[in-house]
Design a protein around this ligand. Structure first.
Ligand SMILES: [Zn+2]
Length: 185
């Protein structure tokens, strides 16, 4: 990431807004914003598949659910945050499981990019489905978008829910219902 260039560009944005870029509070702001972008968007340089590499063999072919994985991301349309939680469920195939923290790590990598909630949801599901090759996977994300809260239609508290369903859950309605029921608790 070219921090110097981000710094220069943000300095220009402040100027274009008619701000006094020389006042004390703003002097180091372009530098701070550049470093913050590096922190917020580190996921751009990480392959989410690489964080799922640790795969164990365990005699468990039942549903695994990880609920309430906190997530913070940036809406690529407005460059404002959206935040909420991700829920992941999968059924291992031939006992292939991964560390539970690795699932959260996939969400971490993908959310630290300019994102859309819909894409974050499907990319998370696709990454798990490809690398772990499970029977099926469901990813649900619930999030509040600052671009809907602070501006635009100004609807604080409205939650956007997205889901991505892969594999056996696509056809198997009872299995899908079981997961959704477990997630509701
Ligand atoms: Zn937005």
């Amino acid at each position: 990431m070219d921090l110097k260039r981000i710094e220069k560009s943000f300095f220009e944005i402040l100027n274009a807004m008619g701000e006094d870029v020389k006042r004390e509070g703003l002097l180091d702001t372009p530098k701070r914003v550049a470093r913050m972008y590096e922190e917020l968007f580190w996921g751009l340089n990480v392959d989410p598949k690489s964080v799922l590499s640790a795969i164990f063999n365990e005699n468990h072919d039942e549903i695994v659910i990880v609920k309430d994985i906190p997530l913070y991301s940036m809406c690529e349309h407005h460059f404002l945050p959206f935040h909420g939680a991700a829920h992941i469920a999968y059924i291992p195939k031939n006992g292939r499981i991964t560390g539970i923290s690795k699932l959260a790590r996939v969400v971490d990598v993908l959310s630290h990019r300019p994102q859309l909630q819909e894409r974050l949801t499907s990319q998370t599901a696709d990454t798990i489905f490809e690398v772990l090759d499970p029977m099926g996977v469901i990813v649900i994300i619930e999030a509040e978008h600052m671009c809907m809260t602070m501006r635009g239609i100004n609807k604080p508290g409205s939650i956007t829910v997205t889901s991505a369903i892969r594999g056996i859950f696509e056809e198997d309605a009872p299995a899908r219902a079981e997961v959704l029921n477990l997630l509701r608790r």
